[in-house]
Design a protein around this ligand. Structure first.
Ligand SMILES: NC(=O)C1=CN([C@@H]2O[C@H](COP(=O)(O)OP(=O)(O)OC[C@H]3O[C@@H](n4cnc5c(N)ncnc54)[C@H](OP(=O)(O)O)[C@@H]3O)[C@@H](O)[C@H]2O)C=CC1
Ligand SMILES: [Mg+2]
Length: 339
C-alpha cells in the first residue's frame, strides 16, 4: 500500500500560490500557439548549451550558475560570430520564472565553442560535472533544458515512415507530416528506494559512480509493472532482500542516462532478514549504514580527489537519493531515545 509523506503534499500546496495559475496558462498558450511563442522568444531569457553541455558562469562567491542571456544578446553574439540569426528559432521553451519571464534553451553546437565562451564570459561544462557545481535551485532547469534538447536532436525522423519530423515553436512536440504521428518528449520511469531495517539504511554503489559515492538502490520500471512491483523486483535482484512496507516520498526528473522520471520511496525489511547477497553485475558494493555513518557522509561538502583517504559521500542535495537519505536520518534522530 502506498502512503504519501507530508513533505510532498506541502510542496504541492506551496506551488498553488498567486501567480501560479496565470503562469501555467501562459505556458500552455505558448505551447499551443506558434505565432505567440515566436513573438515571446524575441524578448526572453535563453540558456545556452554546446553539444548538450550547459554554459556556466562563476559567481562572485566562487560558486557556479547557469549563464542567463537575453534573446537580444544571443542575436548580437550570433551576428558577431557570423552565424545565421535564425538559429535563435531553434530555442526550446523550458519554463517561466516567478517574475513571468519565459525561459528558453538553445544548443549552439554549430558555433565554435571557445568563441561563444569568450563572448559570454563562461564555460560549457559537461552536465554530470555541472550537477555537482550547481545549486538545488538551478540544477533542475538545466537538466530539463538538456533533456529536451537531446530529445529533439535524437527524434528528427518518424519511426513509422522514416520521414523528417517537424517541431512546434515551443519544442513541446514533433509531428510527421506524412503520417500525422505526433511525438512527445519521453521519460523512462525509474524507482529509487531507501531500504531500512529500522536501525540502519541500505546504500549501494555501481562501479561507474565517482570513488566513495554511495546511493539509494534504483532501477528502471519494466513494461506493465506498478511502482511497487518494480521496487520489490529491483531490491530482490540487486541485493536479494524482500521488502515489507513501502511509502512514497517524492519524485524528480533526472537527465541521466537519457531522461528518467524518478519516483522515490522508503521501504523496510525485517531486522531478522538483512543478509545481503549482492548481484555484482549490477552493483560493485552494497552496505548497511548506521545513523552515525550517514550523518558523517551528509557532512562531506567537497568532493574527494584521487589520492585522498577513502571517504563515503552521498549524491548532491538536488538528487532524490540525498532527499531520501536526509528524510530517513531525520526520522531516525526523532526516534532515538537518548540514554
Ligand atoms: N536522482 C537520484 O538520486 C539517482 C538517480 N539514479 C538514476 O537511476 C537510473 C536507474 O538506476 P540503475 O541502477 O542504473 O538502473 P537498473 O538497476 O535498472 O540498471 C540499469 C540497467 O537497466 C537496463 N535498462 C532497462 N531499461 C532501461 C532504460 N529505459 N534505460 C536505460 N537502461 C535500461 C540497462 O541494461 P542493459 O545496458 O544491459 O540494457 C541498464 O544498464 C540511473 O540512470 C541513475 O542515473 C540512480 C541513483 C540516484
Ligand atoms: Mg540499479
Amino acid at each position: 500500500m502506498l502512503r504519501i509523506l507530508s513533505s510532498a503534499t506541502k510542496c504541492l500546496s506551496a506551488r498553488h500560490c498567486s501567480g501560479f495559475l496565470s503562469r501555467m496558462k501562459f505556458m500552455k498558450k505558448l505551447r499551443e500557439d506558434d505565432v505567440s511563442c515566436a513573438a515571446v522568444l524575441q524578448n526572453s531569457c535563453v540558456f545556452l548549451f554546446h553539444h548538450l553541455s550547459p554554459l556556466l558562469q562563476r559567481t562572485e562567491r566562487e560558486t557556479f550558475r547557469p549563464a542567463v542571456l537575453f534573446s537580444s544578446d544571443v542575436l548580437s553574439i550570433l551576428e558577431r560570430l557570423g552565424s545565421d540569426k535564425s538559429l535563435l528559432n531553434e530555442s526550446v521553451l523550458i519554463g517561466c520564472s516567478e517574475q513571468n519571464q519565459p525561459q528558453f534553451c538553445l544548443d549552439v553546437g554549430k558555433l565554435d565553442q571557445a568563441a561563444v565562451e569568450k563572448e559570454c564570459g563562461g564555460n560549457f561544462v559537461n552536465l554530470k560535472k555541472s550537477f555537482f557545481l550547481l545549486t538545488e535551485a538551478d540544477a533542475p532547469l538545466v537538466a530539463k533544458g538538456q533533456a529536451l534538447l537531446r530529445w529533439h536532436q535524437t527524434n528528427r525522423f518518424c519511426s513509422a515512415t522514416g520521414q523528417p519530423t517537424h517541431r512546434n515553436q515551443a519544442g513541446s512536440q514533433r509531428v510527421c507530416r506524412s503520417s500525422g504521428a505526433v511525438y512527445y518528449p519521453k521519460m523512462s520511469p525509474v524507482v529509487i528506494v531507501l531500504v531500512s531495517d529500522g536501525r540502519r539504511c541500505l546504500l549501494g554503489r555501481q562501479s561507474s559512480f565517482p570513488l566513495g559515492m554511495y546511493s539509494a538502490l534504483a532501477g528502471f520500471c519494466e513494461m506493465g509493472e506498478t511502482l511497487e512491483e518494480a521496487l520489490c523486483r529491483e531490491v530482490a535482484e540487486e541485493v536479494s532482500l524482500e521488502v515489507q512496507s513501502i511509502s512514497y516520498s517524492s519524485s524528480q526528473h533526472w537527465p541521466f542516462p537519457q531522461s528518467s522520471f524518478m519516483m522515490g520511496c522508503h521501504a523496510s525489511v525485517s531486522p531478522a532478514h538483512t543478509l545481503l547477497s549482492i548481484d555484482h553485475t549490477e552493483l560493485e558494493d552494497a552496505r548497511w549504514f548506521t545513523l552515525e555513518e550517514i550523518d558523517t557522509a551528509l557532512q562531506v561538502k567537497t568532493l574527494p580527489r584521487r589520492g585522498d583517504p577513502l571517504t563515503v559521500w552521498l549524491p548532491p542535495k538536488h538528487a532524490l537519493a540525498n532527499r531520501l537519505i536526509a528524510e530517513w536520518a531525520m526520522r531516525q534522530r526523532g526516534n532515538r531515545v537518548e540514554p
